[in-house]
Structures are given as C-alpha cells and as structure tokens.
Ligand binder design. Structure first.
Ligand SMILES: Cc1ncc(COP(=O)(O)O)c(C=O)c1O
Length: 337
C-alpha cells in the first residue's frame, strides 16, 4: 500500500495466506507433467458443479470462452439475435457476436442494475414480431430471430430470474446466465420455493475466474455450468478443437481449455469461497450502517428480498507501470474486475 491509497482489492494477502497449498498445486503439475486437462481439472469441475448446484461444470480458458461456447453449444446460430443488457462487461456482447449472432438490448432495473423483466416483456411484445413460419419472434431492429437471452448477474447481484425464465418459456428462448460476477450469489425462486444458486437456473451459465473475481484463478480461467448433459458434452468438444476423442474432430472447435494449474488453484480457493462471500456480506452490512442517512448523496446497492448478492469487486482503475512499458498494455487496468 503506498501513501494514502487503499487498494479496492488486495490480491497479495489472500494468496499469501494460501501460499503453501498453492505452491503444492504447481509442484504436482511439475511432478506429473499434468498441465492441460487431467484429474485436477475434472476434480475442480466436480467441486464447482456441486457448489453451483448444477449437474455439470466444464472448465474453460476464460469467462468469455465460457459465454461464447455455451451460446454455440446451446444452439445459437449465425444470424440469430441474442438479447442482453447494455450494462455489462463488453465480453457479454463479444461472445454473442463471435457466435455469429447479433446483440440486442433491453435495459436494466435502475435499482438492481440487472435486467428488468418488464422491459424484456415489452421488448418481446412491441419490438419484435412473431414469424408465421417459425415458433420464433423476430427483432424489428436486427431482422433476426430472437433465440436466446443473457441476463447478467452484475456486481454479484442476481437478475430477477423467475419472470425472465417465464418469458423465455413463452417465447422459446434459450437462457444463458452471465454469472461471471456472481459466484455463490443466490436467488429466491418463488416458482421453485427455494433459494437457487447463480448458474443453476438457465439452460447454462458462464463464470469467469479472472484473478479479481470472488473466485479468481492466478491467471485466466472460466467455466460453463449446466444440467444438460448434451450441452456439457458439446462444450467439452468445442473447448478442445471439436474432438470427441484424440484426433477425432467431429466438429470445428476452439482452444478454450482450462489448464490444470489454474484448476488446482481454483480448487484450493473454492474451499474458502462461501466464507469469503459471507465476509463480503458482513462488510456490506457495515457500510450500510455507516452510510445510513446519506441516501440523498450515496446510492447503496439495493438488495431485493429475493436476492443474496455476493458483492463482486469493482476494478481498482488503471495500474501504474513504475518503469513504463515500451507499449501500453490495454488490458492492464482489468486486474480487479
Ligand atoms: C459480466 C462479465 N461477463 C463476462 C466476463 C468475461 O470474463 P473473462 O474476463 O474471464 O473472459 C466478465 C469478466 O470480467 C464479466 O465481468
């Protein structure tokens, strides 16, 4: 810490406390030469699926890969339109365009900062027309069939999933949750009569394990969670050049694999995630008490009765390069997101 600057996020102390375990992850990878895939990745996938109350988890190289490959695996095709919110990280729309689809936007609820289901309804009713040939609505703006919707659980806050899922059923839309900022967040589903974990409600969900996330790797990593076995299998193939088995490339895929060192790191850190999320909630309660009475000047996160948010950290701003790199690194500001 320098001068009067207090970092938003301390990524040094958290790893120092786990140093022994993290170093042994690296040593295991060196001793076994297990760097890509293998048992450590599978063990993490099992653990994270259980944490998210999902049947399957497929590790990915990043949250962006997870979103893109989940969309493709779920059946989104070039020319489709995928609806999401304008308030998100750019990767949500990159994944849509890179799947060959067009993003279209419905706005957020200004209190929760997540997709407003009423605005989604009004978009589907007024800004789309039903195609007489297919069971789909077509966006008047893009001219393409609306096949999927991506609610984003932003800043650790859940989107209001019950009405979004109802609309998705009514309009035959695939729901992919962008849970990249919501590891462990929960939604009280009136329909199911219980609290549901982020990543367990859509057809599939995407998580990012970028270092500053609530569950962060020591590098790049991501995952798809789903209850749909076929979709999980397609994700496994898509992340590995479309291989069904070694050198049998049934479909054209990508290189989007999770490496074993990151999976091992994530496994160690996952054991602490519930406690860390509780600590974040405790801090948020503390801020609420300290800031009571400042409603006119300070807008604090609104927590609806149906949400147990996990208060995902906001980025700390552009990191200063002490020596000045020869070329500015456009990604260097993202360490905390
Ligand atoms: C809402 C959201 N979606 C997608 C992503 C993409 O994740 P990644 O940076 O791991 O590719 C992020 C990560 O910052 C995110 O916050």
């Amino acid at each position: 810490m320098s001068g009067d600057r207090i970092p938003f996020l301390d990524l040094v102390t958290v790893h120092r406390e786990l140093e022994g375990e993290l170093l042994s992850v690296f040593k295991t990878a060196l001793d076994t030469a297990g760097f890509i895939g293998g048992p450590t990745v599978q063990e993490f996938e099992l653990d994270f699926a259980e944490f998210c109350e999902s049947r399957f988890c497929v590790g990915m190289a990043s949250g962006t890969d997870a979103l893109r490959l989940a969309l493709i695996a779920a059946g989104v095709r070039p020319g489709d339109t995928v609806v999401t919110v304008p308030l998100t990280f750019i990767a949500t729309t990159e994944a849509i365009s890179q799947a060959g689809a067009r993003p279209d936007f419905v706005d957020i609820d200004e209190r929760t900062y997540t997709m407003d289901p009423e605005k989604l309804r009004s978009y589907l009713e007024s800004e789309c027309v039903r195609s007489p040939q297919t069971d789909r609505v077509v966006s008047k703006r893009t001219g393409g069939p609306v096949t999927a919707v991506i609610p984003v659980h932003l800043y650790g806050q859940m989107a209001d999933m019950d009405p979004i899922l109802d609309l998705a059923t009514q309009y035959n839309l695939i729901v992919i949750e962008d849970a990249c900022q919501a590891h462990g967040a929960e939604y009280l589903s009136k329909k199911k009569g219980r609290w549901c974990k982020a990543g367990s409600m859509g057809r599939a969900a995407a998580f990012s394990f970028y270092p500053g996330k609530n569950l962060g790797a020591c590098g790049e990593a991501g995952a798809v969670t789903t209850d749909d076995e076929q979709l999980a299998r397609r994700c496994q193939m898509l992340r590995d050049h479309g291989q069904s088995r070694k050198y049998f490339h049934d479909i054209e895929g990508y290189n989007g694999r999770l490496d074993a060192i990151q999976a091992g790191v994530l496994r160690v850190k996952l054991r602490h995630l519930a406690k860390w999320n509780d600590q974040r909630r405790e801090r948020a309660r503390g801020y609420d008490e300290l800031l009571a009475g400042t409603e006119k000047t300070v807008v604090r996160p609104h927590v609806p009765s149906w949400s147990r948010p996990v208060y995902a950290p906001e980025g700390p701003g552009r990191r200063r390069h002490r020596n000045g790199p020869p070329l500015p690194d456009p990604a260097s500001h993202r360490e905390g997101l």
